[in-house]
Design a protein around this ligand. Structure first.
Ligand SMILES: CC(C)(COP(=O)(O)OP(=O)(O)OC[C@H]1O[C@@H](n2cnc3c(N)ncnc32)[C@H](O)[C@@H]1OP(=O)(O)O)[C@@H](O)C(=O)NCCC(=O)NCCS
Length: 305
């Protein structure tokens, strides 16, 4: 595919060999507190996705070294502290907008740290961006009792089967998130890339269908258990969705209960998840289950034109 992304001088397309330099910039932001609540595991996971589609990222260079990068799909625009206020952020916005457009995103959206020592808000305002909404990191205490799942008899509940389920899964994921405050679109090739990775375990994705129509998935949940930065096992509900037509019947609640029960059975202590603050339905479900909001990640948007 032709790559019509504009790269002003001092920027270029991401190359797979850039992965360590890009990860180092994100790790600096974690160390300085700008990226509060983000684990090394999350960053490595996001970093590995770039290999699948290098054109989803642009980097900024100074004396041949990478000092900044942007990944519109991940809401990330970051410049090394030592290289700030030299125009890298501004230059990266040009490819950022083009990449966002190519990916069908309605805007370029970026997370802006709340850390008062960070320049994020001043930069976003100077660029003409507007505050859009916040994502929250929520945490469930290890000792908070949560009932096990009890799916209705009319439902079939099973592990996702990579291959035969690929198209059905992309369909249920995209329809479940179509009316989300910040819609996402999953492609078959992205899904297959995630599934091709050595750490992928299909027994982390549960899918639900009506027993009367088992070919049409109506809901799903994906969990992840990993070692947190302090070495303790953490559980994460990575994504959970129910098709609009199947909502209001408790399927989301049972998927959440399944996710927590499964993660605890796998040794996770605390369970975390990320939720869009404007997503009242999800927020209510998570709060009602005992999750507590912990870190706010404000997101700002820039129009594409
Ligand atoms: C935000 C960030 C990407 C800016 O990168 P940068 O390369 O330093 O930005 P630029 O040099 O292009 O700055 C452009 C303009 O933003 C504004 N700005 C940037 N930093 C500022 C600061 N510390 N104080 C006030 N205004 C600032 C200025 O108007 C600046 O123009 P000027 O230098 O001509 O006055 C960088 O500070 C960063 O990585 N912050 C943490 C992550 C983040 O907030 N990302 C989301 C951004 S939407």
């Amino acid at each position: 595919m032709g790559d019509e992304i504009p790269y002003p001088a001092g920027t270029r397309r991401y190359e797979p060999d850039d992965a360590p330099a890009v990860l180092a910039i994100a790790l600096e932001a974690v160390a300085t507190g700008e990226l509060a609540g983000v684990s090394r595991h999350d960053l490595e996971y996001a970093n590995a996705r770039l290999a699948h589609d290098p054109a989803m990222c642009a980097v900024a260079l100074e004396d041949g070294a990478i000092v900044g990068y942007v990944v519109p799909r991940h809401d990330e625009l970051l410049v090394l502290r030592a290289a700030r206020r030299r125009g890298h952020g501004t230059r990266l916005l040009q490819p950022a907008r083009a990449i966002a457009r190519r990916q069908g995103l309605p805007w370029f959206r970026a997370w802006v740290p709340t850390d008062p020592t960070s320049a994020g808000t001043a930069f976003a305002q100077a660029m003409g961006a507007a505050y859009h909404s916040s994502q929250w990191l929520m945490r469930l205490a290890a000792d908070r009792p949560v009932p096990g799942p009890a799916f209705a008899d009319a439902l079939v509940v099973r592990w996702m089967e990579p291959g035969p389920d690929d198209e059905r899964f992309v369909d249920v994921a995209n329809e479940s998130f179509a009316d989300h405050p910040t819609p996402i679109r999953l492609s078959i090739s992205e899904l297959r890339h995630v599934h091709s990775r050595p750490e992928f375990d299909p027994r982390t994705i549960l899918v639900v269908a009506e027993a009367a129509a088992p070919e049409r998935l109506v809901g799903f949940s994906r969990v992840d258990r990993y070692d947190g930065d302090d070495g303790r096992p953490v559980g994460e509900v990575r994504i959970l969705g129910v098709r609009p037509e199947a909502r209001g019947r408790g399927i989301g609640r049972e998927l959440l209960r399944w996710s927590i029960t499964e993660l605890r059975a796998r040794g996770a202590g605390e369970v975390v998840l990320t939720v869009e603050g404007a997503n009242d339905r999800a927020l209510g479900l998570y709060e009602g289950t005992g999750f507590v909001s912990e870190v706010e990640w404000p997101h700002w948007v820039l129009p594409l034109d």
